[in-house]
Design a protein around this ligand. Structure first.
Ligand code: NAG
Ligand code: NAG
Ligand code: NAG
Ligand code: NAG
Ligand code: NAG
Length: 465
């Protein structure tokens, strides 16, 4: 058979395989979920550590996380509402729920007020404040650690009384302190991994238990005339657990009080939508077992940038997420852990491949953007398209395969007038790469093991950046 194939036929076949072009269509007129952004936390003293870092690495670290030109351009921070006698605004019991709480506010909050102000200077306006637990004296186990329940939630009463209103009052007081600090909290959560009993701050709940507290918290905010704080639930340890809790919340009628369903990914990544009309956020993610690395791609390991680019892609495009928040942002002298994006030894600063994975999204897919529908598949490449509030359009391509792909992007309901593209792979870091605009369509090459973000009709004010 081979003899009957001409050299020309073989050549044509090979070039089709190597540089064959796939066409996709982006339908700008059909909006899907709204995007709230991408972010990190500096909980458990890491904000204070960041603040105490020597000035040059500290500034570089802030730029890597939040600068939209030189860093990832993150747009969300997740702060921890403390529950220990060292970091809570309510460190001591006041006897009974009807007593008078003695709040303590140091205007520092373990460095998180500073972090919030720094983030704000870069334009971050989304602050998610989340409590890991109520103070111990409000709980069934009289301890802010080791699980236990909030006294008074369904099925869990205490001889000391029903502390639900006191816990809601404390959370609202925390919100007020942040308003006074000029960095208002926009999202408020009262649980963290309630399906995991930790030896540190932790409090148990399922969706039904949470439903016996949520209206109290909602009404307490309303009574304080704070109507612009979005309530979240439940920061489950994994997506399957949050799916179960969400169905309990929905059945209990909680969607009218809540704004965002929140989950972690330690026992299952977000891979398909959770059934709710509320937004969903991935609020804590990392690999807890690998050493810190700066690698973009080596073998698909859990510390690598491309691995995380693909997790973000899967979460946003396949699981309908509106936000993706990594665990920590910046840490000093912690080489044993890959749970943060930017490393420092207190002198130099090293960004990770994971930071650049976030940059490929967060610099171009901005808060208020809507994902839009697309059609067409590209071999080994996942992609999502987004319309920003400034009229620009971003399309993020994630190629987990070992071959380059050539893509022609056509549009419905949109006319591209300028096109740019940015590439991260093992030899590029958010570097400019060709995106050819012709006849209303854009052609771009997606190298192997790479992320390419195509940006169309960038706002004129940003064109010089
Ligand atoms: C970094 O160095 C400063 C002194 O410049 C010191 O105060 C701080 O504790 C150091 N940070 C860490 C995490 O070692
Ligand atoms: C981001 O970095 C650029 C380049 O260094 C700088 O001009 C700009 O002021 C920085 N933005 C912020 C908000 O600091
Ligand atoms: C809330 O606003 C109402 C109407 O403006 C006002 O009467 C009330 O005193 C306010 N409550 C608080 C707690 O500020
Ligand atoms: C929410 O409203 C309060 C007034 O109740 C205001 O002080 C605060 O700045 C607002 N928060 C945001 C994020 O705009
Ligand atoms: C995606 O999330 C939005 C809320 O952001 C919701 O209205 C919509 O129904 C969800 N879509 C799917 C397919 O779950």
């Amino acid at each position: 058979m081979l003899q009957s194939w001409t050299t020309t036929t073989l050549f044509a076949l090979l070039t089709t395989v190597v540089v064959g072009q796939t066409q996709i269509t982006v339908n700008i007129g059909s909006p899907l979920q709204e995007i709230d952004g991408f972010g990190v936390s500096q909980a458990f003293g890491r904000a204070k550590e960041f603040f105490s870092t020597t000035p040059d690495p500290r500034q570089k670290g802030l730029d890597y996380l939040f600068n939209r030109t030189t860093g990832a351009g993150l747009t969300i921070i997740r702060n921890r509402i403390g529950s220990t006698d060292k970091d809570s605004i309510l460190p001591r019991s006041f006897g009974s729920p009807s007593g008078t709480p003695a709040y303590v506010w140091d205007n520092d909050d373990s460095g998180q007020v500073w972090l919030s102000q720094q983030a704000k200077a870069y334009g971050v306006t989304t602050i998610y404040a989340d409590a890991w637990s109520a103070p111990g004296f409000m709980k069934t186990n009289n301890n802010e650690a080791n699980g236990g329940y909030l006294c008074g939630v369904s099925g869990h009463s205490c001889s000391s009384g029903d502390w639900r209103q006191a816990y809601a009052n404390m959370l609202v007081q925390y919100v007020k302190y942040y308003i006074d600090a000029g960095t208002p909290v926009t999202h408020l959560g009262f649980l963290n991994e309630p399906d995991f009993v930790a030896t540190y701050s932790s409090m148990q709940s399922d969706g039904n238990t949470a439903a016996s507290f949520i209206p109290t918290l909602y009404n307490t905010l309303q009574s304080a005339n704070i109507t612009n704080v979005s309530l979240t639930c439940c920061d489950s340890i994994g997506w399957p657990g949050q799916r179960t809790m969400t169905s309990q919340l929905v059945n209990a009628g909680m969607e009218k009080y809540l704004s965002v369903i929140t989950s972690h990914m330690y026992q299952g990544d977000p891979n398909s939508p959770i059934s709710t009309k509320l937004k969903t956020w991935q609020t804590e993610a990392c690999d807890l077992n690998s050493r810190w690395c700066a690698t973009w791609y080596s073998n698909g390991g859990p510390c690598e940038g491309l691995t995380w680019a693909n997790k973000i892609h899967t979460g946003i495009v396949n699981a309908n997420l509106s936000a993706y928040i990594y665990w920590q942002g910046f840490e000093v002298n912690q080489p044993q852990a890959s749970s943060y994006l930017v490393a420092s030894d207190n002198k130099t600063v090293t960004p990770s491949g994971r930071l650049w994975a976030f940059a490929q999204w967060s610099r171009y897919v901005r808060p208020g953007a809507h994902r839009v529908s697309t059609s067409g598949t590209v071999n080994s490449v996942g992609y999502g398209a987004f319309k920003n509030t400034d009229g620009s359009v971003a399309i993020v391509f994630t190629n987990t395969g070992g071959g380059a792909q050539n893509v022609k992007i056509a549009f419905s309901g949109f006319t591209p007038t300028t096109s740019e593209a940015y590439l991260t792979d093992n030899s590029h870091t958010v570097a400019s790469t060709p995106a050819t605009l012709s006849g209303g369509a854009v052609t771009v090459s997606i190298p192997a093991h790479a992320v390419v973000t195509v940006q169309l009709n960038k706002a004129p004010a940003l064109l010089s950046e």
